[in-house]
Design a protein around this ligand. Sequence first.
Ligand SMILES: [Zn+2]
Ligand SMILES: [Zn+2]
Ligand SMILES: [Zn+2]
Ligand SMILES: [Zn+2]
Length: 318
Amino acid sequence: MDIDSIECVIDNDEIHHHLNHQFSSTKSHGGATVATNIVGPTAIAPATSVYELLECPVCTNSMYPPIHQCHNGHTLCSTCKARVHNRCPTCRQELGDIRCLALEKVAESLELPCKYYNLGCPEIFPYYSKLKHESLCNFRPYSCPYAGSECAVVGDITYLVAHLRDDHKVDMHTGCTFNHRYVKSNPREVENATWMLTVFHCFGQYFCLHFEAFQLGMAPVYMAFLRFMGDEEDARNYTYSLEVGGSGRKLTWEGTPRSVRDSHRKVRDSHDGLIIQRNMALFFSGGDRKELKLRVTGRIWKEQQNPDSGVCIPNMCV
Ligand SMILES: [Zn+2]
Ligand SMILES: [Zn+2]
Ligand SMILES: [Zn+2]
Ligand SMILES: [Zn+2]
């Protein structure tokens, strides 16, 4: 068994550094392979296709009822209509409140491939139910799992791993065991903190280890948990354990990693991980209890057959 030891010391300055860095780097959407407006295999595409007519000329999103038009017949979506102060963006005439029922009816008769068609989704849907499917489609890109800031980057797992390493400067480790030290010099002054995440690569998969400080009711706590970089169905093939202790006491946690489809916030709020009361954490830290020095060890393993599949644990199935 090879355990690599990682020292993780992050103060507020460093968190800010990472935030700034991240904001300056979200512009590069280069690798995200999100395609829109795909004309699928069964769709016939005339020169000016009806699909183009259904694209809002202002924001270029697909239009859904109510579709609006001006007196001259220029169409626009309801989101844009609310923004243009009653002036048609195309001809500058007064917009009024005219609905384009004909176009809405045409849309109703259409069937379109899922917009993640080129990422592998084979499904075809009536125009109006397409959106709902796309919000849940298994082929949709993943959001960046970096916690502690809103990062808008999306992509497949390979792309996101490179993004975490290059843009967020996240530590990458190979192996299914870990030994990670979390240090904070003034833990009593910090109620909410997100430590730098760490990515582990084992079994050909990627896992994110999170560590956070927050208030649980009135009690300040720390929480460590693992997320799987992939879908929930595949996450169920793995189990992980976390252990923290000192002075002859220890706490352990064993669980199934959550998919990165669930935000770190959602996982945190469902308490699906190792939760350590601050007083206990400081006790484990030893010394004068003024400094947090927590050593979290852990292991990830693959389940042959998962007895948990389909089980819905209250509070975790939000
Ligand atoms: Zn629009
Ligand atoms: Zn107009
Ligand atoms: Zn799909
Ligand atoms: Zn990111």
